[in-house]
Design a protein around this ligand. Structure first.
Ligand code: FAS
Ligand code: PHB
Length: 408
């Protein structure tokens, strides 16, 4: 058995793991990252596109914001269309100047990977059989296999940044964790194309035929989504069929501007709300998708992962720089306050914007639920107070201050 040691073992080299490693490393807190697949495979996953102000701030603090500042697009607003009638949500005006950044998760991950390589901090890709051990002891370890050899890392803490299907959440005994889940009766068919986007900012479209989202990656690259049934298959959708349906669901003025082209990626993602409580067990912390999943309707998945990273990073800085080890006990409680607020917003936006058809929801027929939700959307879009509530959540609420354990 090859023996290694470090301060913090990070399981998973997605955005959560890489950002946590980058922030800790800049504070002299050592990490080893273990990743199941190759770096190229991680970069091949097309995911989020909108970064909250807080996420942008943390990428700047991590020293990896240069390309984002140069290539990202600052968005001052977002449109919400209800059966073709567009309401503009002026994020900047309604939140006292806050905005969001349109910059793909793939690019964030690429920038973090490059920074970690530049710093030569250890990352093991294509590992297998990762096992957190003795997580309730003072000296947890993590064993794993790599290139045919077995390794054991001794550490102080383990950050489970290994996503929904990772090993970390399962390390918490079933009787010690409570899992909350809502599976939506629809998914999102996403398409990426090198065509000019229909709009300078995003358009979320509620439509009788189903939800659609017009997003973007740059002035020459578009990202579109269509609500599809959970049993739909990407093979059922030719590019032409996708473009024709998108044209029906986006507002007429946008449809008139639509430039179609060959898809460079097309996939279906299921929609779920999921939370694991607690988000820590002994010296194991759950971070990002390892602990929670939100439907992408609120553009929150990546941003909520970054919020977890920020909380854990600030706690571990207190532990290593001020010796405040008791501070680590606060992580789950603080993280879950933001998780549940974000879960609620994403669930609320999903209910208002999607078509439930005949599916029973909350004990009523889907079309009845739909009438309630259409009225809810009309009400919130019709008042400045309603638009402000949406805007505040969309740009992201401020991060909670981490107090030392002595001030609790
Ligand atoms: P990730 O899942 O990104 O990363 C976890 C990493 O851990 C992976 O690289 C995995 O290979 C690795 N891993 C797993 N098990 C392991 C093990 N046992 N050992 C070692 N490594 C292991 N969010 C938005 O904000 N907007 C969106 O539009 C959006 N769209 C999405 C579309 C899809 C199809 C999916 C799945 C998610 C989407 N999300 C979106 C959410 C997404 O962006 C996540 O919130 C984000 O990737 C979370 O990052 P991580 O917590 O790092 O988890
Ligand atoms: C995206 O561009 O991928 C995107 C943007 C906003 C969302 C979801 C996805 O709410």
């Amino acid at each position: 058995m090859n023996k290694l040691n470090t301060h913090v073992v990070i399981i998973g080299a997605g955005p959560s793991g890489l950002l946590l490693g980058q922030l800790l490393g800049r504070q002299g807190i050592d990490t080893i990252i273990l990743e199941r697949v190759s770096g190229d495979y991680v970069l091949g996953r097309i995911r989020a596109g909108i970064l909250e102000q807080g996420t942008v701030d943390m990428l700047r603090e991590a020293g990896v914001s240069q390309r984002m500042e140069a290539e990202g697009e600052v968005h001052h607003g977002v449109d919400i269309a209800n059966n073709g009638v567009v309401t503009h949500i002026d994020l900047h005006a309604l939140t006292g100047g806050k905005t969001v950044m349109c910059y793909g998760q793939v690019e964030v991950t690429r920038d973090l990977m490059a920074a970690r390589a530049e710093a030569s901090w250890p990352t093991y890709y294509e590992v297998s059989d990762v096992q957190p051990q003795a997580v309730t002891s003072q000296q947890p370890t993590v064993t794993f296999s790599y290139k045919g050899a077995r390794y054991q890392i001794s550490c102080d803490y383990i950050a489970g940044c290994d996503g929904y299907h990772g090993v970390s959440r399962q390390t918490i005994p079933a009787e010690k964790r409570t899992e909350h889940e809502r599976i939506y009766p629809f998914g999102w068919l996403g398409l990426l194309s090198d065509t000019p986007p229909v709009s300078a900012e995003l358009i979320y479209c509620k439509h009788a035929r189903g939800f659609a989202l017009a997003s973007r990656r740059s002035a020459t690259r578009s990202r579109y989504y269509l609500q599809v049934p959970t049993d739909d298959k990407v093979e059922n959708w030719s590019d032409d069929a996708f473009w024709a349906e998108l044209k029906r669901r986006i507002p007429p003025a946008a449809a008139a501007r639509l430039v179609t082209g060959k898809s460079i990626e097309k996939s279906i993602a299921p929609l779920r709300s999921f939370v694991c409580e607690p988000m820590q067990y002994g010296r194991l912390f759950l971070v990002g998708d390892a602990a929670h999943i939100v439907p992408p309707t609120g553009a929150k998945g990546l941003n909520l992962a970054v919020a977890d990273v920020t909380i854990l990073y600030r706690i571990l800085c207190r532990v290593y720089q001020e010796g405040d080890t008791a501070c680590a006990l606060q992580y789950s409680e603080i993280a879950l306050r933001r998780v549940w607020n974000t879960e609620r917003f994403s669930w609320w936006m999903s209910n208002m914007l999607h078509d439930y058809g005949a599916t029973e929801v909350s004990g009523m027929a889907g079309h009845t639920f739909g009438r309630f939700m259409t009225s809810e959307l009309d009400y919130y879009l019709s008042s400045e107070a309603g638009r402000t509530l949406i805007a505040e959540q969309y740009v992201g609420l401020p991060f909670e201050t981490i107090k030392g354990s002595e001030s609790k």
